[in-house]
Design a protein around this ligand. Sequence first.
Ligand code: ADP
Ligand code: ASP
Ligand code: MG
Length: 404
Amino acid sequence: MKIVVLKFGGTSVGTVDRIKKVANIIISYFRKRYKVIVVSSAMAGATNDLIKKSKKISNNFNLSEHDVLVSSGEQIACSLIAGRLNHLGYKSQSYMGWQLPIITDGKYGSSRIVEIDKKKINKFLKSGGIPVIAGFQGINMDKRITTLGRGGSDASAIMISKFFKSEKCVIYTDVDGVYTTDPNILKKAKKIKIISYEEMLEMASLGAKVMQPASIQDARLNRIDIDVKSSFIKKNGTKITKKKNILSNKIIRGISFTKNDAKVTLLGVKDKPGIAASIFKPLSNNAINVDMVVQNISTNGKETDLTFTIKSEDLIKTQKLIKKNTKINFRDLIVDNNVSKVSIIGVGMVTTPGVTYRMFQALAKKNINILVISTSEIKISVLINKKNVSKAISALHKEFKLNV
Ligand code: ADP
Ligand code: ASP
Ligand code: MG
């Protein structure tokens, strides 16, 4: 059986007219004698609206109920797609995660797919049907509905590809591929024809919303090639694949940025062993993710300053936790909610000296102050004032010749 998995994102199924267009794309594959498995996200904005409602009900909404609620948008989109295919004379049916079932592991809100029962779908495919499976959802050992994290229908598509051994996995979205940076922010951004899992994972983790980071981990682990394409225009997209398949390695493949970071600085912290652990333990216990960390070398051997970044949405909670932490002493607490992390990513930097210098120099020329720096083998990130993000991206794009 030649199987193809086609995933449609929120904007692609955002209106009735868009859903009609999506049905035509699905049919074009069916006519090429593919067995088509469709995976859909919720209509654009639907998941956000549900989250807003949960917040109005309670600022401590039950996590299991939260997943029941936020997964419901997918049901609407799937039934509309299946309904349209039926209308056009094709056999189609929607399937929610629990109906297969799709088994997940992990916490509510960030579960991962571990198993998919294929029986119902295989039977339906053999009978000439086009199944439309709800993305973003599954069930856990307690048979409760779970969700896979924001953007999680990408992960659904990839795991469905894995379990059904599909020939292709196509992610249809509102841009015609993965670009050197967000094309909605920098007009000069260029489409990347082919990119490695490693680079895509970094780009996604560092802010490129086009693919969910966890989905790229799943793809890499299971060696699933992904095509990212537009559901709006017919054009070649981007292939995400293993490093070996990529001939030319640019020094820098792309630039990512975050939109919702906050910086916290503790001034005059007593410098003694275990102090950093005492600061971060309560944050970790409250599921607050600490990203970049810098500790200044203390000049008098007694006190030091410690700076770290977190998601903006965690700022108030973090401030409260630090203030009530009796295990630490500090002189002052300074917070800044107007920061952004800009990162350059590329496997080529491993073998090319001088990349860090070029990045800093390019930013300095534009008078952009760097607040915090962090690096790994294939990325360099800097924290800067939010107002400088566009200027920084544009300068770095030029410096690393990404538009040629
Ligand atoms: P979908 O609803 O189809 O899942 P998303 O909104 O999750 O789509 O992702 C697509 C969006 O990702 C684009 O509209 C674009 O603004 C954004 N994006 C961010 N970085 C990149 C990038 N490097 N290349 C392409 N798109 C990007
Ligand atoms: N509808 C979900 C979300 O908005 C899943 C997805 O779009 O992939 O996060
Ligand atoms: Mg998405």
